[in-house]
Design a protein around this ligand. Structure first.
Ligand SMILES: CCCCCCCCC/C=C/C(=O)SCCNC(=O)CCNC(=O)[C@H](O)C(C)(C)COP(=O)(O)OP(=O)(O)OC[C@H]1O[C@@H](n2cnc3c(N)ncnc32)[C@H](O)[C@@H]1OP(=O)(O)O
Length: 302
């Protein structure tokens, strides 16, 4: 309980400055391409939003180089952008994509889970939960235009979407590969994958930490469509047009009908899930293997 209250205070304190930054941002940028009615492109340091008001669609570009890892600040900015778009009646759909060449998202930011204190881990995990809940239950149509590799948390983000279009490049693997890092995908990661590809395929994918190349990803159903790299954005837009043709109210209620039981499970176990995460991540053995993994990533270059 104390943890929950503390987290709320921390999250509010964290959100306020970013919210102010975002509100101030529109004046810094020019009108969006195609935004002829005064709706402007807005950005936070790590999220660029390109609105197409005529279509009722906004493209949300993740720009947290080098690998779009989901740091606390980045998650916060993503959530604020989503909230702004949800609160603006102009928009009915968003396309989430990457501005970092070849990488959709490298997943959760390992530096947020390594060498920090338990309070930080709790704060971070709450932000990850929030990202999942808010994207998974968004009343907007959310389409992922996956233009790069997408392991673990990057895959999770795309699994929260209503539809996934993946660029046909053998390097752009996607999957929940947590076991390869010696960590365990939490139950709500697992539930989201099961809801997408079914129990048997999810069990195999999770135990083996499979990262699917495009053809495999399509076959198993992790993504809905694989297209040539230069057609990812245009395909996402034409799919969006089909989804926006459906009466919005009926579509939104159907989405909630399908997703609420899964979301409710986390909502009722949220504090326990944070406590489990903190206990797990604080273990010496887990810290050691995360450190070793990060070092391996860094040494790859030299
Ligand atoms: C009970 C409850 C239980 C709860 C149990 C807990 C559950 C936790 C669930 C975890 C979910 C996750 O998402 S865990 C994260 C999983 N993600 C991954 O395994 C991906 C790791 N990254 C990669 O494989 C690669 O970086 C890849 C994305 C392919 C890009 O390769 P490139 O060659 O282009 O780039 P690199 O040189 O590798 O990386 C560039 C820099 O980015 C850094 N970097 C790369 N990925 C990073 C990341 N995820 N977080 C931070 N930093 C990262 C590298 O260290 C480099 O840093 P510098 O050298 O300083 O520049």
């Amino acid at each position: 309980m104390a943890l929950a209250v503390g987290m709320r205070v921390l999250t509010r304190a964290l959100l306020r400055p970013w919210a102010r930054g975002l509100r101030a941002a529109p004046g810094r940028t020019g009108p969006a391409a195609g935004g002829g009615d005064g709706v402007r492109c807005f950005r936070s340091p790590r999220v660029l939003v390109e609105p197409d008001p005529a279509a009722g669609v906004a493209v949300v570009k993740m720009r947290n180089p080098p690998v779009n890892s989901l740091s606390l600040e980045f998650l916060t900015e993503l959530l604020i952008s989503l909230e702004k778009l949800e609160n603006d009646k102009t928009f009915h759909g968003i396309i989430i994509t990457s501005d970092c060449p070849g990488i959709f998202s490298a997943g959760l930011d390992l530096t947020e889970m390594c060498g920090r204190d338990p309070e930080h881990y709790a704060e971070y995990w709450k932000a990850v939960q929030e990202m999942w809940l808010r994207f998974y239950l968004s009343n907007l149509v959310v389409i992922a235009a996956i233009n790069g590799i997408s392991p673990a948390g990057g895959c999770l983000l795309s699994l929260t979407c209503d539809y996934r279009v993946l660029a046909n490049n053998p390097k752009y693997a996607i999957g929940l590969n947590e076991t390869l890092l010696g960590i365990v995908a939490p139950f709500w990661f697992k539930d989201t994958l099961v809801n997408t590809i079914g129990h048997r395929s999810a069990e195999r994918a999770l135990q083996l930490g499979l990262l699917f190349p495009p053809a495999e990803a399509l076959r198993v159903g992790v993504v809905d469509q694989v297209v040539p790299e230069d057609q990812v954005q245009s395909t996402a837009r034409s799919v969006m047009a089909q989804w926006l043709d459906i009466p919005d109210h009926a579509r939104q209620l159907t989405k909630i009908l399908m997703r609420k039981p899964t979301a409710d499970r986390l909502l009722t176990e949220r504090d326990a899930d944070i406590e489990n995460f903190v206990r797990f991540i604080c273990k010496d053995s887990i810290q050691k293997s995360l450190h070793a993994y990060l070092e391996k990533l860094k040494q790859k270059k030299g």
